[in-house]
Design a protein around this ligand. Sequence first.
Ligand code: ADP
Ligand code: MG
Length: 237
Amino acid sequence: MESVRKTFGGSVVLRDIGLEVAPHTVTALIGASGSGKSTLLRCAALLEDVDDGEIRLDGEEITDPRADQDAVRRRIGVVFQAYNLFPHMTVLENITLAPRRVHRVPRSRAEEQARELLERLGLGGRAGEYPDRLSGGQQQRVAIARALAVRPRLLLLDEVTAALDPELVGEVLNVVRGLKSDGMTMVLATHEMGFAREVADQVCFLDGGVVLERGTPEQVLGDPRQERTRRFLRRVV
Ligand code: ADP
Ligand code: MG
């Protein structure tokens, strides 16, 4: 992202966002509520139009009005805080919907891939369940499986553990650990500072619509340069 600016009505939410994410790395976005983490992720996923600036994916400017936005969206997986599974569909149907409808993958192949994903995320045997039969942690893992089903280049995770009971947070963080070791490129907004420190290659502290501080977890979380970052960390840790 380069000089990305986003306003809602008259108010500036992202002022001048510069952010670079290397392939196969994990970037953690931290910052107070309202600092723009979700908006940044939504802009990156092309779920919001930016007012100014550029976003590039694999060298292609995806914010260019001439870019094929649907094709770009298919290369980016997004998981939100509330799992947003389709309640009237089974786990298997939730996961195979996009591959079948959008990518025209034949049903049998899509289901085979979905079962592999479920196995990998510790949900083997849950394929036929409806979402309301699952715990929050299981639902969130299904949501991650659904995002992965289209084989995205980039996975965006917006506070995926925030709505979970504390005892269910670990199983979702474990999935993120596994994806990291598989080399998935991820950007995640999180309030879990311990997790950010463990899993992230870079941490970005958002404040007032800019990335105020960016560096390794050791730098940003352990030895922040900015007084505002220090103040934030004192409040949350
Ligand atoms: P965070 O995820 O860090 O809590 P958000 O990106 O959700 O921050 O919000 C940043 C700011 O943008 C907040 O002031 C919020 O009220 C505002 N905002 C977010 N989405 C919208 C929207 N759709 N319309 C108007 N204001 C919005
Ligand atoms: Mg948010």
